[in-house]
Write a protein that binds this ligand. Structure first.
Ligand code: FAD
Length: 470
């Protein structure tokens, strides 16, 4: 019998993918391609037929890891062709000036893609395999760890019991699959809600075209909060305001909304439209963001979790979906290595993947601070400049962290280790330059300063500061 067949019966092994979101739909394609009988269960109705599909965010940034995972099932071109390249961040200062900061080298870009379209395309691709069945309106209530039997609640209120050889939990940050893991001994779990919430506003087209430069991820950094905007194919932008919940709650009237935007994002008001700002702000309450870390990702040879079910990350590195898509690719690589033997594949998958998913969860949390405040600081811009310059001179030794995460498949935890190493080296190098320039200044003072008593301490300090930057 082939690995995807059950040895005793000769029948195809059944894989139950729970959750038909981005990662579940892609995973269904992966397992179908390997020849398993795939049953996908999704609690919502089929979003391809539903009139309003409300997702988490309207659009997302797709980068290299996600693209590689799509490529394996022949979906890369289809998705990329409907994405909008973003070559740089566009920083909007309070006074309205805009300055671009490229993401990487020339030709490197991330893509703004429509979440609903991506999800629909992946479901359709999964359905095209004859060995896949999509079951919508099936909400997992519970499952048995011993038998691998799952209980689903259907839309008509009836319950259904289903058994599978392997359960793949892709049911998102509030996973029902994970509940069983929490009952197990030696299962590590942590969950953190950040004090910020997010809210989406739409910036309409202006005179039939994008209201701002389309090939950028626009950022309005304002220290404790920020707004970002990603372009859509219909020439709109989706603006996302990230702000502490307590600040959201302080704004209760339309006048207060406009006052707030006038103070912090004045250039955005004519672009979004004053009425739209007032309307959109009160349309939906701000949404929460959670970071979830756990291990192991598997239980015996019966169940494995991937995507947000295993690692919900805060959205500040644009990697949540990319990491979830890469999970599918890594799992597939391990399946290849162990000839589809679940009892060997599942522990190995946990072993290789946990350190990487934990690393990206930590990095996303770190970027949560960096994106809001550091992009405003001279030191941050200076370090970005130094890093890029060194990368240009020594492309395989000094690689900016963002480049490793976004434009390569370097394992997340290895990228973090390399970054810490190169930070040490660069900071030491800069200290040496700083000390050398101080010594130079001291020499100048002794040599000439003593003869010029009008060189004040302030002037001296300015001189030292100036030298530090070159
Ligand atoms: P989900 O997308 O949450 O899908 C889970 C699915 O499971 C859903 O369809 C749900 O209906 C179903 N389900 C839930 N419970 C059950 C049940 N009991 N039974 C059956 N089905 C169930 N990532 C990026 O890579 N780039 C970005 O730019 C980016 N931006 C983001 C912006 C915001 C504001 C947010 C919140 C997230 C962002 N992300 C981004 C992260 C990304 O959205 C997630 O990582 C991704 O959606 C995870 O996919 P998933 O399939 O694991 O989970």
């Amino acid at each position: 019998s082939t690995p995807s067949e059950n040895g005793s019966t000769g029948k195809r092994k059944v894989i139950a993918v729970v959750g038909g979101g981005l990662v579940g739909a892609l995973n269904a394609c992966y397992f179908a391609k390997r020849g398993f009988a795939v049953e996908l269960f999704e609690s919502r109705e089929d979003i391809r037929q539903a009139k309003v599909a409300r997702g988490k965010s309207i659009n997302l940034a797709l980068s290299h890891r996600g693209r590689q995972a799509l490529k394996h099932v022949g979906m890369e071109e289809k998705i990329v062709s409907k994405g909008i390249p973003m070559h740089a961040r566009m920083i909007h200062a309070l006074n309205g000036t805009r300055s671009p900061i490229p993401y990487g080298k020339k030709g490197q870009y991330i893509l703004s893609v429509d979440r609903a379209n991506l999800n629909k395309e992946l479901l359709t691709a999964a359905e095209e395999y004859p060995n896949t069945k999509l079951n919508f309106g099936h909400k997992l209530l519970d499952w048995s760890t011993e038998l691998g039997a799952m209980t689903f609640l259907r839309l008509d209120g009836t319950k259904e019991q289903i058994k599978a050889d392997l359960i793949v939990g892709c049911d998102g940050a509030f996973s029902a699959i994970r509940k069983q893991f929490l009952r197990q001994r030696r299962f590590n779990y942590s969950q953190t809600y950040i004090p910020h919430g997010y809210m989406e506003l739409t910036m309409p087209p202006h005179n039939g075209d994008f209201a701002m430069e389309p090939n950028y991820l626009h950022i309005w950094p304002r220290n404790t909060f920020m707004m970002i905007a990603l372009p859509n194919l219909d020439k709109t932008f989706t603006c996302t305001l990230f702000m502490p919940f307590e600040e959201f709650e302080k704004i209760t009237t339309e006048e207060e909304v406009i006052g707030f935007f006038q103070t912090y994002f004045p250039d955005s008001i004519p672009l979004i439209g004053e009425d739209a700002v007032k309307r959109d702000y009160f349309r939906l309450p701000a949404q929460a963001m959670v970071s979830v870390k756990c291990s192991p990702y598997h239980m015996g040879d019966k169940c494995v979790m991937m995507g947000d079910a295993a690692h919900a990350v805060v959205p500040f590195y644009g990697q949540g979906m990319n990491a979830g898509f890469e999970d599918c690719l890594v799992f597939n690589e391990v399946m290849e290595q162990y000839n589809d033997d679940f009892s060997a594949v599942l522990p190995e998958y946990t072993r290789v993947r946990v350190p990487d998913d934990h690393a990206i969860a930590d990095l996303a949390m770190y970027n949560y601070v960096e994106m809001r405040s550091h992009v405003n600081s001279k030191w941050f811009l200076f370090r970005k400049y130094v890093d890029n310059l060194l990368h240009f001179i020594m492309p395989s030794t000094i690689i900016p962290l963002y480049t490793m995460i976004t434009f390569t498949r370097t394992r997340y935890h290895k990228a973090v280790n390399h970054w810490q190493w190169q930070n040490k080296v660069i900071n030491r190098g800069l200290s040496v330059c700083g000390i050398a320039s101080m010594v130079g200044v001291a020499y100048l003072v002794i040599r000439f300063g003593l003869q010029r008593p009008n060189l004040t301490l302030d002037q001296l300090w300015t001189l030292v500061q100036t030298l530090k930057w070159f």
